[in-house]
Structures are given as structure tokens and as C-alpha cells.
Design a protein around this ligand. Structure first.
Ligand SMILES: Nc1ncnc2c1ncn2[C@@H]1O[C@H](COP(=O)(O)OP(=O)(O)OP(=O)(O)O)[C@@H](O)[C@H]1O
Ligand SMILES: [Mg+2]
Length: 248
């Protein structure tokens, strides 16, 4: 079968067209994203910033194929994510994307290397090979010496490093991170931030990072600022004031 990526050339790695997300609750509608257009190029680092509730996580989940838009499309390497059924989307996601969350979401009863190997084990890779590849990623994040430790025996920064190793275990092209340094003290955050840029370059990634950390955002190639609109209580509709993408 021809590679689904072959025809992509220099096109966008990830793109959104007319992306809209609304939540309905009774008669009220909350419009979180409306008609957002975005193109993320191969090798780019994009920061998504904006106040709490502006829709940053919503957008990241939509870009990652983890939610359903109310309208609009998301394309990953040219493939329309929401035209696929859920299992095809999950396969596409597992082949192309790695995720890091604010809460590390590591499994407490497994060691660092088992946690890092988890995406490979889920994908059906043999245990021996999965552990070997996980160890290589733990080396990349400077945690070889902690491979057999459980998450509860690791510091917050180390737990995020394991999360990064897990995100990269299956060799993704795209890294999606939602406030990866949000729970860390400034020095530890700075170390994790440096590591993300190092991994981004070293693994040839395209990275989308939701962050409240302005230093982190400024180090990215581009910053997308989401704004929260004002509620229109008469109509029960909450509209965003507009979206801007600023380049650097
Ligand atoms: N499942 C849901 N049902 C209804 N409303 C939701 C749902 N998920 C999110 N929202 C609302 O959508 C808006 C955007 O949420 P989102 O989590 O994307 O914000 P955010 O920018 O990531 O905020 P934060 O910086 O606090 O993480 C919020 O007003 C939130 O309450
Ligand atoms: Mg959020």
C-alpha cells in the first residue's frame, strides 16, 4: 500500500480549517473555538497561549484527534482525522503523535521503563523490543539510572521526563504537550523546557505546546494566542472575540 504520507511533500504537518467547537448545556451554547484556521509546518514549534478557559486544551485535543469538532476539519499529514472512524483515527494518532500532559499520567505500579514502553506494548510490539526502545528514550531524557524506579519514587521533573520518553517511544512525528511544565517549580520547568527543545531537534519533531510560561512560548517559532470572548447572556451564547496567530 502506498504510504499515506508520500504525497505530503512540504505541506503542513497538521492543519485546521474552520475549526469550531461548541458545548451545549440546556439552552445555552458555549462557543470555545470558532472558524479557526491554522497550519503547522514540519519541524515547527508552535506555542498555544491564552487565559484559562480560552480553549487551549480543547484545541490541542482536536489537533490530536482526541475530540470531535462541531464543524471544520483537522488534517494530519494530509489525512482528514475526523473523516475517519474512531479506530482508524486512533491508529493514525498512535503512528504519528506523542502526548505529554500537565499531570504526568504515569501508571504507578509500573517502572519508568515499563511506562515509557507502554505505547509500544499497546501497539503489539514484543516486550523485549519495547523495553529496549523505552530504555533508549530514557537515555535521551537523561534517566537511564532511574529506569527501574516507579513514578512514586521519582521527582516531578523526572516524572515529566519519563512522560516525554513515553511520548517518543513509538517514534512519533508530532509532539503535542498540554502545559508540560505547569506543575513544576521554575528551575525544574526550565530543565524540562530545554529538554523538549533538544528532543524536538534531535528527533525531527513538529511540536505544539500549550503553555502559560511566557519564556517557553517566546522560544517557540510561533505563538497562537487564544482569546476568551464575552458572554452574550440574552442569546445564551458565549462568543470568542476572535483568534489571532502571530508569527515571529
Ligand atoms: N466537556 C465540556 N463540556 C462543556 N464545556 C467544556 C467542556 N470542556 C471544556 N469546556 C469549556 O470550554 C472552555 C475551554 O476549556 P479548555 O479546557 O479548552 O480551556 P483552557 O484554555 O485549556 O484552560 P486552562 O488554561 O484552565 O487549562 C472552558 O470554558 C470550559 O469550561
Ligand atoms: Mg487546559
Amino acid at each position: 500500500m502506498a504510504s499515506p504520507y508520500a504525497a505530503n511533500g512540504n505541506a503542513a504537518m497538521l492543519s485546521a480549517t474552520g475549526l469550531t467547537k461548541r458545548y451545549r448545556s440546556g439552552v445555552a451554547t458555549l462557543t470555545v473555538l470558532e472558524g479557526l484556521n491554522l497550519e503547522i509546518r514540519r519541524g515547527e514549534t508552535l506555542a498555544i497561549v491564552g487565559e484559562s478557559g480560552a480553549g487551549k486544551s480543547t484545541l490541542l485535543h482536536l489537533l490530536g484527534g482526541l475530540d470531535e469538532p462541531s464543524a471544520g476539519t483537522v488534517r494530519c499529514l494530509g489525512a482528514d482525522l475526523y473523516a475517519m472512524n474512531e479506530s482508524a483515527r486512533a491508529r493514525h494518532r498512535n503512528r504519528t503523535m506523542g502526548f505529554v500532559w500537565q499531570q504526568h499520567a504515569l501508571l504507578p505500579e509500573f517502572s519508568a521503563e515499563e511506562n515509557a514502553a507502554m505505547p509500544l506494548l499497546v501497539a503489539g510490539v514484543s516486550r523485549g523490543e519495547a523495553i529496549e526502545r523505552a530504555r533508549a528514550r530514557l537515555r535521551d531524557v537523561g534517566l537511564s539510572a532511574r529506569a527501574s524506579h516507579r513514578p512514586g519514587e521519582l521527582s516531578g521533573g523526572e516524572q515529566q521526563r519519563v512522560s516525554l520518553a513515553r511520548a517518543l517511544a513509538a517514534g512519533p512525528l508530532i509532539l503535542l504537550a498540554d502545559e508540560p511544565t505547569g506543575n513544576l517549580d521554575p528551575d525544574t520547568a526550565s530543565g524540562v523546557m530545554d529538554l523538549i527543545f533538544e528532543l524536538h531537534g534531535g528527533h525531527g519533531l513538529t511540536s505544539v505546546i500549550v503553555t502559560h510560561n511566557l519564556e517557553f512560548a517566546e522560544r517557540c517559532d510561533r505563538v497562537l494566542k487564544l482569546k476568551t470572548g464575552s458572554a452574550d447572556e440574552r442569546a445564551g451564547v458565549h462568543r470568542p472575540a476572535g483568534r489571532e496567530v502571530s508569527g515571529r
